[in-house]
Design a protein around this ligand. Structure first.
Ligand code: NAD
Length: 349
């Protein structure tokens, strides 16, 4: 039997543990796996593009476990009452090749993206950062806000979305969670005086959410929404003024903000900073940019963490997903086995 974590299961796991503690735990697994970077199989994710969106497969393995995530990105979906991003994924045992856990990953992706953003900001943002602008107030935004409060102590949030209803929703959901919230009417207003800027918009085009004049010295930019060819958020001039950090360069050069730059433009790898082998920001005046696209190892960490939580809490179902003949070479025998009483009734025998 394969463990199955449904949407209900993950909601119960996160509610019972508390989202703050869940994010802390998940962030520690993300950090741990970035530190084991060379153990992982790494390829840019396999993307199937259409006019309206993208469907992607994200596989990796550390030699002991194997994971993949199926994820879509359809910015037009919310207008049709559907989400921009949905996902599910699998954790398997490398020794037997058998699946161990199938899980919903729509909620888990929002949690892992937020945890990864905060892990990156912890080593890149100016120490003592307290305020953040959030441009794009959709599905990912609450998770980002809570992770930054929990891992960095960010309490002042300045919010902007082209749709004021999204900002109202975000303010409602964050109410009573210890933030000072300011709704803004433009991106320029949102970024005024902040320490960190998170861009988390969805638009299937090269948008310009941040122009050069909006970005002052010393800022950390957490750029989440530019994650597909032809889908970026920052003006090229912002990139040219920043020290750029990425997850896996071959994937980010295809999908991230740096698709706007030459293929050999120098970028820094986050895992090296997390492992203490490379410097993060050089000084308090430098602009640091985490050009996030989301990499398979982060989903590996998320599935590994969720599996541990599911086993610890018993909050999972099981799926009859792998045929299990008594003689492993007699798969056909399952078809000729006498029908059990339940099946017999169902089949009218
Ligand atoms: N880097 C990663 O690991 C990662 C992970 C998950 C999602 N994403 C990306 O993050 C983005 C947000 O995802 P979501 O699930 O929150 O989407 P969503 O559709 O729920 O929210 C996006 C919000 O952006 C707003 N928006 C669009 N254009 C804007 C603009 N020009 N200025 C201000 N606001 C604007 C929309 O009104 C909407 O409220 C998507 O592009 C998604 O692909 C990245």
């Amino acid at each position: 039997m394969v463990k199955f974590v449904s949407v209900d299961n993950i909601l119960e796991i996160v509610r019972d543990q508390g989202i703050e503690e869940f994010l802390q735990g998940l962030a520690s697994y993300v950090e741990e796996d970035f530190k084991r970077w060379e153990l992982f199989d790494k390829i840019p994710r396999v993307a199937s593009h259409s006019k309206v969106g993208v469907i992607e497969l994200m596989p990796t393995s550390d030699g002991e476990h194997y994971t993949f995530k199926y994820v879509n990105g359809h910015p037009k979906n919310t207008k049709e009452g559907l989400q921009t991003v949905t996902a599910f994924g699998l954790l398997a045992d490398v020794y037997t090749g058998y699946p161990l856990m199938l899980s919903e990953m729509t909620v888990l992706t929002a949690l892992r993206t937020a945890a990864t953003s905060a892990v990156a900001a912890k080593v890149l943002a100016r120490p003592g950062s307290k305020s953040m602008a959030m441009i794009g107030n959709g599905a990912q935004s609450e998770f980002q806000a809570i992770a930054f409060k929990e891992l960095l102590g960010i309490t002042d949030l300045r919010l902007y979305d082209i749709d004021p209803k999204a900002t109202e929703k975000l303010m409602r959901n964050l109410n009573g969670r210890g933030f000072n919230l300011t709704a803004c009417t433009s991106g320029e207003e949102a970024v005024a005086g902040v320490d960190i800027i998170t861009t988390v918009t969805a638009d299937k085009q090269n948008a310009t959410i941040l122009t050069d004049n909006m970005v002052g010295s010393g800022l950390h930019i957490n750029a989440i929404g530019g994650d597909c060819p032809g889908k970026t958020e920052l003006h090229k001039d912002v990139l040219l003024r920043s020290k750029i950090f990425v997850e896996y360069p071959p994937q980010t050069r295809i999908e991230g903000e740096i698709q706007q730059l030459d293929d050999d433009y120098p970028v820094n790898e986050l895992w090296q900073v997390i492992r203490g082998e490379a410097k993060g920001r050089d000084d308090d005046r430098q602009i640091t940019l985490f050009d996030s696209v989301g990499f398979a190892t982060e989903d590996f960490s998320a599935l590994r963490y969720l599996h541990d939580r599911a086993v610890a809490t018993g909050l999972y179902d099981t799926l009859d997903m792998v045929a299990d003949p008594t003689d492993p070479r007699d798969l056909f025998g399952l078809l000729t086995k006498p029908v059990g009483p339940k099946l017999a009734v169902e089949n009218g025998i």
